[in-house]
Design a binder for this molecule. Sequence first.
Ligand SMILES: [Zn+2]
Length: 330
Amino acid sequence: MCDAILELLAQFSETYTLAGIGVGSPGPLELPAGRLHHPPNLPGWDGFHLLAEMEARLRMRVAVESDANVAVLAEYTLGLGEQLGVDSLCMLTLGTGVGNGIILDGKLWHGATGMGGEAGHMTINPDGPVCGCGNTGCLEVCASATALVSAAERLIGSGKAPGLAQLKCDGSSLTALDLAQAARQGDPDALAIYQQTGRALGIGLAGLINILNLPLYVVGGGVAESWDLLAPSVFVELERRSYVYALTAPGRPASSGMPGGGTRVLPAKWDPKQAFWARASFPCICREPQSQTRDPSPLAATERDSRRQISAPSRIVCREIVAKSTCTSP
Ligand SMILES: [Zn+2]
Protein backbone atom coordinates (compact mmCIF):
# COMPACT_ATOMS: atom_id res chain seq x y z
CA MET A 1 0.00 0.00 0.00
CA CYS A 2 2.85 2.39 0.79
CA ASP A 3 4.31 1.75 -2.64
CA ALA A 4 0.96 2.63 -4.19
CA ILE A 5 0.75 5.82 -2.13
CA LEU A 6 4.25 6.86 -3.16
CA GLU A 7 3.34 6.18 -6.77
CA LEU A 8 0.25 8.36 -6.46
CA LEU A 9 2.26 11.11 -4.83
CA ALA A 10 4.74 11.04 -7.68
CA GLN A 11 1.89 11.12 -10.18
CA PHE A 12 -0.13 13.94 -8.61
CA SER A 13 2.35 16.08 -6.67
CA GLU A 14 2.87 18.48 -9.58
CA THR A 15 -0.84 19.17 -9.86
CA TYR A 16 -2.20 18.86 -6.34
CA THR A 17 -1.11 19.58 -2.82
CA LEU A 18 -1.32 16.65 -0.50
CA ALA A 19 -3.29 17.52 2.60
CA GLY A 20 -2.91 14.21 4.39
CA ILE A 21 -2.97 10.45 4.25
CA GLY A 22 -5.68 8.50 6.03
CA VAL A 23 -6.08 4.76 6.29
CA GLY A 24 -9.10 2.77 7.36
CA SER A 25 -8.08 -0.59 8.78
CA PRO A 26 -9.96 -3.60 10.09
CA GLY A 27 -10.01 -3.56 13.86
CA PRO A 28 -9.52 -3.87 16.70
CA LEU A 29 -7.12 -0.98 16.27
CA GLU A 30 -5.50 0.48 19.37
CA LEU A 31 -5.41 4.27 19.28
CA PRO A 32 -3.54 6.54 19.38
CA ALA A 33 -0.80 3.91 18.98
CA GLY A 34 -2.26 2.63 15.71
CA ARG A 35 -1.52 -1.01 16.51
CA LEU A 36 -3.65 -3.98 15.47
CA HIS A 37 -4.76 -6.56 18.04
CA HIS A 38 -5.95 -9.97 16.89
CA PRO A 39 -8.04 -8.67 13.98
CA PRO A 40 -10.52 -11.54 13.41
CA ASN A 41 -10.56 -11.04 9.65
CA LEU A 42 -6.88 -10.27 9.19
CA PRO A 43 -4.98 -13.32 10.41
CA GLY A 44 -1.28 -12.88 11.00
CA TRP A 45 -1.47 -9.15 11.72
CA ASP A 46 -1.71 -9.35 15.52
CA GLY A 47 0.50 -6.71 17.10
CA PHE A 48 1.30 -4.99 13.81
CA HIS A 49 2.19 -1.33 14.32
CA LEU A 50 0.25 -0.04 11.35
CA LEU A 51 0.70 3.65 12.07
CA ALA A 52 4.41 3.48 12.92
CA GLU A 53 5.18 1.24 9.96
CA MET A 54 3.40 3.48 7.47
CA GLU A 55 4.90 6.68 8.82
CA ALA A 56 8.36 5.13 8.70
CA ARG A 57 7.94 3.99 5.12
CA LEU A 58 6.27 7.17 3.86
CA ARG A 59 8.26 9.59 6.02
CA MET A 60 5.18 11.68 6.71
CA ARG A 61 2.33 11.73 9.14
CA VAL A 62 -0.51 9.29 8.60
CA ALA A 63 -3.97 9.16 10.20
CA VAL A 64 -5.33 5.69 10.93
CA GLU A 65 -8.82 4.69 11.99
CA SER A 66 -10.84 1.52 12.03
CA ASP A 67 -12.53 1.03 8.67
CA ALA A 68 -16.02 1.26 10.15
CA ASN A 69 -15.09 4.54 11.85
CA VAL A 70 -14.10 5.96 8.49
CA ALA A 71 -17.32 4.67 6.97
CA VAL A 72 -19.45 6.37 9.61
CA LEU A 73 -17.44 9.55 9.16
CA ALA A 74 -18.32 9.39 5.47
CA GLU A 75 -22.02 9.03 6.15
CA TYR A 76 -21.83 11.83 8.69
CA THR A 77 -19.98 14.28 6.50
CA LEU A 78 -21.22 13.42 3.01
CA GLY A 79 -24.08 10.96 3.34
CA LEU A 80 -27.21 10.48 5.41
CA GLY A 81 -25.88 12.41 8.38
CA GLU A 82 -25.52 15.49 6.23
CA GLN A 83 -28.81 14.86 4.45
CA LEU A 84 -30.84 14.52 7.66
CA GLY A 85 -28.89 17.14 9.59
CA VAL A 86 -27.98 14.91 12.53
CA ASP A 87 -24.90 15.25 14.72
CA SER A 88 -24.99 11.72 16.11
CA LEU A 89 -25.31 8.41 14.32
CA CYS A 90 -24.35 4.77 14.52
CA MET A 91 -23.33 2.67 11.54
CA LEU A 92 -22.97 -1.05 10.98
CA THR A 93 -21.01 -2.24 7.96
CA LEU A 94 -21.95 -5.73 6.77
CA GLY A 95 -19.16 -7.28 4.73
CA THR A 96 -16.58 -9.94 5.49
CA GLY A 97 -17.33 -9.12 9.11
CA VAL A 98 -19.57 -6.56 10.80
CA GLY A 99 -17.91 -3.23 11.54
CA ASN A 100 -19.33 -0.50 13.71
CA GLY A 101 -18.69 3.22 13.95
CA ILE A 102 -20.40 5.72 16.24
CA ILE A 103 -20.46 9.52 16.05
CA LEU A 104 -21.68 11.34 19.14
CA ASP A 105 -22.25 15.09 19.01
CA GLY A 106 -20.12 15.42 15.90
CA LYS A 107 -17.16 13.37 17.14
CA LEU A 108 -16.10 9.81 16.54
CA TRP A 109 -16.51 7.72 19.65
CA HIS A 110 -13.18 5.98 20.21
CA GLY A 111 -13.59 4.71 23.74
CA ALA A 112 -10.55 4.56 26.00
CA THR A 113 -8.22 2.79 23.57
CA GLY A 114 -9.75 3.30 20.14
CA MET A 115 -11.78 0.12 20.37
CA GLY A 116 -15.16 1.70 21.04
CA GLY A 117 -17.80 0.67 18.53
CA GLU A 118 -17.14 -3.04 18.13
CA ALA A 119 -20.82 -3.92 18.05
CA GLY A 120 -20.07 -6.60 15.47
CA HIS A 121 -18.92 -8.68 18.41
CA MET A 122 -21.92 -8.32 20.65
CA THR A 123 -23.64 -11.62 21.31
CA ILE A 124 -26.82 -12.22 19.32
CA ASN A 125 -27.11 -15.97 19.76
CA PRO A 126 -25.19 -17.44 22.72
CA ASP A 127 -25.15 -20.84 21.05
CA GLY A 128 -24.34 -19.57 17.58
CA PRO A 129 -21.30 -20.24 15.41
CA VAL A 130 -17.81 -19.50 16.71
CA CYS A 131 -16.56 -16.02 15.79
CA GLY A 132 -13.00 -15.10 14.91
CA CYS A 133 -12.87 -13.07 18.12
CA GLY A 134 -13.33 -16.25 20.18
CA ASN A 135 -16.92 -15.62 21.24
CA THR A 136 -19.88 -17.55 19.89
CA GLY A 137 -22.92 -16.07 18.18
CA CYS A 138 -21.54 -12.56 17.55
CA LEU A 139 -23.49 -10.29 15.23
CA GLU A 140 -20.56 -10.78 12.84
CA VAL A 141 -21.25 -14.51 12.46
CA CYS A 142 -24.99 -13.90 12.14
CA ALA A 143 -25.27 -10.94 9.77
CA SER A 144 -22.16 -10.57 7.62
CA ALA A 145 -21.72 -11.64 4.00
CA THR A 146 -19.59 -14.47 5.33
CA ALA A 147 -22.44 -15.53 7.62
CA LEU A 148 -24.93 -15.51 4.75
CA VAL A 149 -22.73 -17.74 2.63
CA SER A 150 -21.93 -20.03 5.57
CA ALA A 151 -25.62 -20.48 6.30
CA ALA A 152 -26.22 -21.40 2.66
CA GLU A 153 -23.28 -23.82 2.66
CA ARG A 154 -24.64 -25.53 5.75
CA LEU A 155 -28.05 -25.94 4.15
CA ILE A 156 -26.55 -27.25 0.93
CA GLY A 157 -24.39 -29.67 2.92
CA SER A 158 -27.46 -31.03 4.68
CA GLY A 159 -29.10 -31.70 1.34
CA LYS A 160 -32.09 -29.54 2.21
CA ALA A 161 -31.60 -26.71 -0.25
CA PRO A 162 -31.80 -28.05 -3.80
CA GLY A 163 -32.22 -24.59 -5.30
CA LEU A 164 -29.09 -23.30 -3.63
CA ALA A 165 -27.21 -26.48 -4.49
CA GLN A 166 -27.90 -25.74 -8.14
CA LEU A 167 -26.17 -22.39 -7.76
CA LYS A 168 -23.00 -24.32 -6.98
CA CYS A 169 -23.40 -26.99 -9.61
CA ASP A 170 -20.54 -25.55 -11.63
CA GLY A 171 -18.22 -25.83 -8.62
CA SER A 172 -17.96 -22.07 -8.09
CA SER A 173 -18.12 -20.43 -4.69
CA LEU A 174 -21.37 -18.89 -3.54
CA THR A 175 -21.55 -15.19 -2.82
CA ALA A 176 -24.05 -13.08 -0.91
CA LEU A 177 -25.03 -11.57 -4.25
CA ASP A 178 -25.87 -15.04 -5.62
CA LEU A 179 -28.09 -15.60 -2.62
CA ALA A 180 -29.78 -12.24 -3.04
CA GLN A 181 -30.55 -13.01 -6.66
CA ALA A 182 -31.94 -16.41 -5.69
CA ALA A 183 -34.08 -14.80 -2.97
CA ARG A 184 -35.47 -12.25 -5.40
CA GLN A 185 -36.32 -15.09 -7.76
CA GLY A 186 -38.31 -16.68 -4.95
CA ASP A 187 -35.97 -19.42 -3.70
CA PRO A 188 -37.44 -20.26 -0.26
CA ASP A 189 -34.11 -21.18 1.31
CA ALA A 190 -32.40 -18.00 0.15
CA LEU A 191 -35.36 -15.99 1.42
CA ALA A 192 -35.18 -17.78 4.78
CA ILE A 193 -31.46 -17.03 5.08
CA TYR A 194 -32.05 -13.32 4.46
CA GLN A 195 -34.93 -13.36 6.90
CA GLN A 196 -32.70 -14.91 9.57
CA THR A 197 -29.95 -12.44 8.79
CA GLY A 198 -32.38 -9.53 9.05
CA ARG A 199 -33.60 -10.91 12.35
CA ALA A 200 -30.06 -11.02 13.74
CA LEU A 201 -29.39 -7.52 12.48
CA GLY A 202 -32.64 -6.28 14.01
CA ILE A 203 -31.74 -7.80 17.37
CA GLY A 204 -28.37 -6.07 17.27
CA LEU A 205 -29.83 -2.74 16.21
CA ALA A 206 -32.53 -2.95 18.88
CA GLY A 207 -29.83 -3.21 21.54
CA LEU A 208 -27.91 -0.29 20.06
CA ILE A 209 -31.04 1.87 19.88
CA ASN A 210 -31.93 1.11 23.48
CA ILE A 211 -28.42 2.00 24.59
CA LEU A 212 -27.71 5.03 22.45
CA ASN A 213 -31.06 6.66 21.56
CA LEU A 214 -29.54 8.33 18.49
CA PRO A 215 -31.56 9.81 15.62
CA LEU A 216 -29.89 7.74 12.88
CA TYR A 217 -28.62 4.17 12.38
CA VAL A 218 -27.05 3.37 9.03
CA VAL A 219 -26.50 -0.09 7.58
CA GLY A 220 -23.71 -0.21 5.03
CA GLY A 221 -21.32 -2.65 3.41
CA GLY A 222 -21.97 -5.07 0.57
CA VAL A 223 -24.84 -6.90 2.26
CA ALA A 224 -26.72 -3.62 2.66
CA GLU A 225 -27.28 -3.68 -1.09
CA SER A 226 -29.90 -6.29 -0.24
CA TRP A 227 -31.60 -4.03 2.28
CA ASP A 228 -34.97 -4.78 0.67
CA LEU A 229 -34.54 -8.43 1.67
CA LEU A 230 -33.33 -7.64 5.18
CA ALA A 231 -35.56 -4.74 6.17
CA PRO A 232 -38.87 -6.54 6.86
CA SER A 233 -37.41 -8.77 9.57
CA VAL A 234 -35.16 -5.97 10.87
CA PHE A 235 -38.17 -3.78 11.63
CA VAL A 236 -40.14 -6.66 13.16
CA GLU A 237 -37.32 -7.11 15.67
CA LEU A 238 -36.97 -3.37 16.31
CA GLU A 239 -40.64 -3.07 17.17
CA ARG A 240 -40.49 -6.18 19.30
CA ARG A 241 -37.23 -5.62 21.17
CA SER A 242 -36.61 -1.90 21.41
CA TYR A 243 -39.08 0.18 23.33
CA VAL A 244 -36.94 3.21 22.54
CA TYR A 245 -37.50 2.54 18.83
CA ALA A 246 -41.22 1.96 19.37
CA LEU A 247 -41.47 5.34 21.10
CA THR A 248 -39.25 7.34 18.79
CA ALA A 249 -39.75 5.97 15.27
CA PRO A 250 -41.10 8.60 12.85
CA GLY A 251 -44.63 9.54 13.83
CA ARG A 252 -44.44 8.00 17.31
CA PRO A 253 -45.19 9.88 20.55
CA ALA A 254 -41.59 10.80 21.43
CA SER A 255 -40.32 11.51 17.92
CA SER A 256 -41.35 15.13 17.66
CA GLY A 257 -38.40 17.43 17.70
CA MET A 258 -35.89 14.77 16.78
CA PRO A 259 -33.61 15.68 13.89
CA GLY A 260 -34.64 13.65 10.89
CA GLY A 261 -38.18 13.30 12.25
CA GLY A 262 -37.55 10.37 14.60
CA THR A 263 -35.27 7.36 14.96
CA ARG A 264 -34.26 6.43 11.42
CA VAL A 265 -32.77 3.09 10.35
CA LEU A 266 -31.61 3.31 6.76
CA PRO A 267 -29.25 1.73 4.25
CA ALA A 268 -26.07 3.70 3.64
CA LYS A 269 -26.05 6.42 1.02
CA TRP A 270 -22.58 5.48 -0.14
CA ASP A 271 -22.46 2.23 -2.03
CA PRO A 272 -19.24 0.28 -1.37
CA LYS A 273 -18.84 -0.15 -5.12
CA GLN A 274 -18.29 3.55 -5.37
CA ALA A 275 -14.93 2.77 -3.79
CA PHE A 276 -14.96 5.95 -1.79
CA TRP A 277 -15.88 6.92 1.73
CA ALA A 278 -18.38 4.19 2.41
CA ARG A 279 -15.83 1.59 1.46
CA ALA A 280 -13.58 3.28 3.97
CA SER A 281 -10.46 1.59 2.72
CA PHE A 282 -8.39 4.53 1.72
CA PRO A 283 -9.67 7.98 2.55
CA CYS A 284 -7.30 10.58 1.17
CA ILE A 285 -7.97 14.28 0.86
CA CYS A 286 -6.32 16.56 -1.65
CA ARG A 287 -6.46 20.26 -2.15
CA GLU A 288 -7.01 21.77 -5.56
CA PRO A 289 -4.04 23.58 -7.09
CA GLN A 290 -5.79 26.93 -6.79
CA SER A 291 -5.50 26.55 -3.02
CA GLN A 292 -1.84 27.52 -2.91
CA THR A 293 -1.32 27.57 0.83
CA ARG A 294 0.30 24.32 1.85
CA ASP A 295 -0.81 23.28 5.27
CA PRO A 296 2.25 22.60 7.44
CA SER A 297 0.31 20.00 9.40
CA PRO A 298 -1.07 17.31 7.10
CA LEU A 299 -2.73 15.45 9.93
CA ALA A 300 -4.50 18.54 11.17
CA ALA A 301 -5.72 19.26 7.66
CA THR A 302 -7.05 15.73 7.31
CA GLU A 303 -8.95 15.94 10.55
CA ARG A 304 -10.41 19.32 9.75
CA ASP A 305 -11.38 18.48 6.20
CA SER A 306 -12.85 15.18 7.28
CA ARG A 307 -15.71 17.17 8.70
CA ARG A 308 -18.36 18.78 6.59
CA GLN A 309 -16.26 21.49 4.97
CA ILE A 310 -14.81 19.25 2.24
CA SER A 311 -15.28 21.00 -1.08
CA ALA A 312 -17.02 19.27 -3.95
CA PRO A 313 -13.93 19.36 -6.20
CA SER A 314 -11.90 17.74 -3.42
CA ARG A 315 -14.40 14.91 -3.27
CA ILE A 316 -13.90 14.27 -6.96
CA VAL A 317 -10.15 14.16 -6.55
CA CYS A 318 -10.57 11.76 -3.66
CA ARG A 319 -12.69 9.46 -5.76
CA GLU A 320 -10.13 9.43 -8.54
CA ILE A 321 -7.32 8.60 -6.19
CA VAL A 322 -9.16 6.06 -4.11
CA ALA A 323 -10.37 4.26 -7.18
CA LYS A 324 -6.74 3.59 -8.07
CA SER A 325 -5.73 2.44 -4.63
CA THR A 326 -7.11 -0.87 -3.57
CA CYS A 327 -4.34 -2.47 -1.58
CA THR A 328 -4.03 -5.43 0.72
CA SER A 329 -0.59 -5.00 2.25
CA PRO A 330 1.25 -2.15 3.94
ZN1 LIG B 1 -16.93 -11.90 17.56
